[in-house]
Design a protein around this ligand. Structure first.
Ligand code: ADP
Length: 241
């Protein structure tokens, strides 16, 4: 049987979080919980949350922590995520969201937080050419479009440039990432939950690095359990370049 996982993936906009999270959710047979996708769904369905969030999302601002954590809390209390876990994409984005997430999960805990490392010039290049399906969120790019006429290969939806992939909104999102989200890397590192993974290269290669980091963590966990009491600490960080 494939074991589940409780995983958070961090990384700048354009680091490939969405792509890797889908792949990891298939690998571990757990739901991919993306706050960006959930919010875009709310906007599309014109729910009260969607109507409130749209303008902020389009200009690259963050949505209030309380609204996000209420939405995430609801999703993580469902049977599938409770039973097998999840790959969480886009949350937490602030220390306050991370604190709230930890208490939402109790008595369980995250298995690992992966930080996908990609240099800023490369994410800027990726974001400028990124295109997404409005219906299922599948990712394409100008250099790797769908097979036919900007129609999604997966679901037949329309493939477009995201409204927040404009130059101004991209700059704002990257600034907010540095100020609000990057501190989470040290926050999780100090809790011995972080694995930094090189996010450059082909998607398959990056997925293999992520799986390796997760398996390393599991093996370290089971080794320390089988030899307890142990003086050898769990490998705090995985760098695979
Ligand atoms: P990206 O990582 O490229 O900015 P996402 O699809 O993850 O894209 O998120 C799109 C937008 O949704 C964000 O710019 C923000 O407005 C909102 N959002 C998503 N997740 C969160 C979150 N955890 N906290 C606050 N706002 C969020």
């Amino acid at each position: 049987m494939v074991p589940g996982v409780r995983l958070v993936v961090l990384g700048k906009q354009g680091a490939g979080k969405g792509t890797q999270c889908v792949r990891l959710s298939h690998h571990y047979v757990v739901p991919h919980v993306s706050t960006g996708d959930m919010l875009r769904g709310e906007v599309k369905s014109r729910t009260p949350l969607g109507l409130r969030a749209k303008e902020q999302m389009d200009s690259g601002e963050l949505i209030a922590d309380e609204l996000i954590m209420e939405m995430v809390g609801r999703r993580l209390s469902e049977g599938d995520t409770r039973a097998r876990g999840f790959v969480l994409d886009g949350c937490p984005r602030t220390i306050s969201q991370a604190t709230e997430l930890a208490s939402l999960l109790l008595p369980d805990h995250l298995d690992l937080v992966i930080d996908l490392e990609v240099p800023t010039p490369l994410v800027l290049k990726r974001l400028a050419s990124r295109r997404v399906c409005v219906d299922c969120g599948a990712n394409y790019s100008v250099s790797s479009p769908p097979l036919s006429n900007w129609t999604c290969d997966v679901c037949g939806g329309e493939v477009i440039q995201r409204p927040d992939d404009t130059e101004d909104a991209i700059r704002r999102r990257l600034d907010l990432y540095e100020v609000q989200t990057a501190p989470l890397i040290d926050w999780y590192r100090s809790r011995d939950l972080l694995a930094s993974v090189n996010g450059t290269g082909a998607p398959d290669v990056v997925t293999r690095r992520c799986v390796k980091a997760i398996e390393l963590r599991r093996n370290a966990g089971s080794a320390s359990r089988s030899t307890e009491p142990s003086s050898s600490p769990v490998e705090p960080e995985t760098r695979d370049r």
